[in-house]
Design a protein around this ligand. Structure first.
Ligand code: FAD
Length: 520
C-alpha cells in the first residue's frame, strides 16, 4: 500500500505486550507496513514470568531473538514441582519427559517481563515496525460495518487518527475494543484473585529443579514460586475472590498469613525478605478471572492474546497463548494481504486454531482444580484432552506436552511428534553403526554431520549452536541426545521440513517460512 501521509498502514497493532510485538514483527517481516501503538514506555512491569518451551523454541527463533534471549541471563526452567491434589508429597515433571519432542531443548525461561517484553518490542522496531510508545488508542474508526483505523493520543495529549486495512487489538485484559467484536464471557469456575510480590534470598529447589516453577495448593487457594534471578523470586497467592478486600487493605499481613498455611513455600522462603525497592518492591493484586470473547474477529479487526481470552495462570500459558495467537493472526493477515484467499477463510483458520489451543488448556484445568485426584489421574485427564491427536502417547507425556504449549498438532514445528518419538526409541538402542547410518542419511540429504558448521547453517540459530556444541563434544562414546540430534538433522535433511497438518475440513495449513497460510 502506498502511503504518503504517514497515516495509512497495512496493519495497526494496539498494545506492545508479547502478543502485539510478535504479531507486528511477523507482519513486518513480510514487508508490510505496520504501526504499533503502546500506551506505556518500556521497560514496564508486567506479571507472567514463567514461560513455556513453545515460546522459547518456536516463536523466539522465528522472531530472530533466540540469541538475545539466551544472553539475557534469564533463569532456565526445566519443568515444574507441584504439591497438588491427593499426593501428600510434591511431584514433578520435566519438559524433556515429553518423549523426544523437545530433546536437548527441554527447557524454557523464567523471565523478568520488563526485560523480556522490551526485547520483543525493540525487535519489532528493528524489523521495520513503526513503534510509538506513550501512545494510547482511544477508539476505532468504523465505516460501513468495518473497522478501518484507530484514534489515539500521544504523550502530549494531542489527538491523532490512522487508517489501515486491518486493526489488531492486543491491548491485554483491559481492552475496550473487544466489545466491538463480541461479548466477553467469564468462566463460572475460575474466578480467583492473585496477590503477589518479590522476595530476596529465597532457597532454591535441588537440581535439576533450581529454576522450575513451584506450585503448592493450600486450603484457600494455591501459591506460585518462580525464581526470576539468582536473588529474586516472584511469589504469588491465588485465592478465592472473597479474600479481595482483606488483601487490598493489608497485603503484607495477608501474604504472611497465606505463606504460613503452606509447607513447601514456607520452607523455601524461611530466610527470605520481601523486596522493597524498584519495580519489584511492592505488593500487587490482580483479578485473574478467566474469560473468552464470543468472537475473536470482525470485519477489519482481530483480537489476540489477553484481549481475546485468558485462562487461569497455574500452567503459565498466558504468554504462550499471546504469542501463539499472534503467529496465527499474522499468518491470516499476511495471507489476506498477499493472496486472494478470502479474508473470512483466513480469519476462520486463526480463530479455530486459537480456540482449540485455549480450549485444551481450559478443559484440562477443570480436572486439575479437582484436589481429590492424584498426579496419575491428572496425567490421564491430559491424555483424555489430547487423545484425539495422539492415541498412543503415554499419559505423563501428554501432560507435559499440554503444559509445554504444544497441545495443538498440525504445526510444522510441533507436528513431527511420532517421528521424533521413534528417533528417541531408536537412539536408546543405538550403536555406532546406527550413528553411521544416520551420518549416511544426513550426507544423502547434502549435509556432512561431521561438518558442524554446514549442518548448523541449515538450521535456526539455537538448534545450530546445539548441534555445533554437541558434535564438538562427541568422542568415542556417543550420548543418546547426540544420536537424537543426528536423527533430527537427518529428518530435516531428507524431508526438507516436517509436514503441516490440516486441522479442519477445508482448513488451511502453514506455508513455508511459517508466516502465512496456504491450501493443504
Ligand atoms: P499484555 O502483556 O497485557 O500487553 C498489553 C499491552 O497493551 C500493555 O503493554 C499495555 O500497556 C498496552 N495497552 C493497553 N491499553 C492500550 C491502549 N488503549 N493503547 C495502547 N496500548 C495499550 N503468563 C505466563 O505466560 N506465565 C505466567 O507465569 C503467568 N502468570 C500470571 C499470573 C497472574 C496472576 C495473571 C493475572 C496472569 C499471568 N500470566 C502468566 C498471563 C500473562 O500476564 C498474560 O497472558 C500476558 O501478559 C498477555 O500478553 P498480551 O500481550 O496479550 O497482553
Amino acid at each position: 500500500m502506498t502511503d504518503t501521509s504517514g497515516t495509512e498502514f497495512d496493519l495497526i497493532v494496539v498494545g506492545g505486550g508479547p502478543a502485539g510485538s510478535t504479531l507486528a514483527t511477523f507482519v513486518a517481516m513480510r514487508d508490510h507496513k505496520v504501526l504499533l501503538l503502546e500506551r506505556d514506555r518500556f521497560p514496564r512491569h508486567q506479571i507472567g514470568e514463567s514461560l513455556l518451551p513453545s515460546t522459547i523454541h518456536t516463536i523466539c527463533p522465528l522472531l530472530g531473538i533466540s540469541e538475545e534471549i539466551e544472553n539475557a541471563n534469564f533463569v532456565r526452567k526445566h519443568g515444574g514441582i507441584f504439591r497438588w491434589g491427593k499426593n501428600a508429597e510434591p511431584w514433578y515433571f520435566q519438559f524433556k519427559d515429553a518423549n523426544s519432542l523437545w530433546g536437548p531443548w527441554g527447557y524454557a525461561y523464567q523471565v523478568r517481563r520488563a526485560e523480556f517484553d522490551d526485547i520483543l518490542l525493540r525487535n519489532a522496531a528493528k524489523k521495520g515496525v513503526d513503534v510509538r510508545q506513550g501512545h494510547t488508542v482511544t477508539g476505532v474508526i468504523e465505516e460501513d460495518g468495518r473497522v478501518v483505523g484507530v484514534r489515539f493520543t500521544d504523550e502530549q495529549g494531542r489527538e491523532h487518527a490512522a487508517r489501515a486495512r486491518f486493526v489488531a487489538d492486543s491491548s491485554g485484559n483491559t481492552t475496550r475494543i473487544s466489545e466491538k467484536v463480541g461479548k466477553r464471557e467469564y468462566s463460572k469456575l475460575f474466578r480467583n484473585v492473585a496477590l503477589y510480590t518479590y522476595f530476596k534470598g529465597a532457597k532454591r529447589s535441588p537440581a535439576p529443579h533450581a529454576g522450575s516453577i513451584v506450585c503448592e495448593a493450600f486450603d484457600e487457594g494455591w501459591f506460585w514460586f518462580i525464581p526470576i534471578s539468582d536473588e529474586l523470586t516472584s511469589v504469588g497467592a491465588v485465592v478465592f475472590r472473597e479474600h479481595i478486600d482483606k488483601i487490598k487493605q493489608e497485603p503484607h499481613a495477608a501474604m504472611t498469613r497465606f505463606i504460613g498455611k503452606t509447607r513447601f513455600v514456607k520452607d523455601l522462603l524461611a530466610d527470605a525478605k520481601p523486596e522493597t525497592e524498584g519495580i519489584y518492591g511492592e505488593y500487587r493484586v490482580r483479578r485473574d478471572w478467566s474469560y473468552c470473547n464470543t468472537r475473536f474477529t470482525a470485519p477489519g479487526v482481530v483480537l489476540v492474546g489477553d484481549a481475546a481470552c485468558f485462562v487461569d495462570p497455574v500452567f503459565s500459558t498466558g504468554v504462550h497463548l499471546a504469542t501463539y495467537s499472534a503467529l496465527l493472526a499474522a499468518r491470516s493477515i499476511n495471507t489476506c494481504l498477499d493472496t486472494d484467499i478470502p479474508e473470512e477463510r483466513c480469519f476462520n483458520e486463526f480463530e479455530m486454531r486459537y480456540r482449540r489451543e485455549f480450549g485444551n488448556v481450559y478443559q484440562f484445568l477443570i480436572a486439575f482444580y479437582n484436589q481429590h485426584l492424584n498426579s496419575r489421574d491428572y496425567f490421564e485427564h491430559a491424555h483424555g484432552v489430547l487423545s484425539a491427536d495422539m492415541q498412543e502417547e503415554a499419559a505423563n507425556q501428554a501432560f507435559v506436552r499440554l503444559v509445554s504449549g504444544v497441545s495443538t498438532t498440525g504445526e510444522p514445528f510441533h507436528s513431527d511428534f511420532q517421528g521424533m518419538a521413534k528417533a528417541k526409541a531408536d537412539a536408546y538402542s543405538a550403536s555406532k553403526e546406527y550413528l553411521t547410518a544416520v551420518k549416511i542419511a544426513t550426507l544423502r540429504g547434502g549435509h556432512a554431520l561431521t561438518d558442524a558448521d554446514k549442518v548448523a547453517a541449515t538450521l535456526d540459530d539455537t538448534l545450530g549452536r546445539s548441534v555445533r556444541d554437541r558434535i564438538a563434544s562427541v568422542g568415542d562414546f556417543v550420548p543418546d541426545d547426540v544420536l537424537q540430534l543426528a536423527k533430527t538433522v537427518a529428518i530435516h535433511a531428507e524431508t526438507g521440513r516436517p509436514t503441516s497438518r490440516q486441522l479442519f475440513v477445508d482448513g488451511l495449513v502453514p506455508g513455508e517460512g511459517e508466516l502465512h497460510w496456504q491450501e493443504a
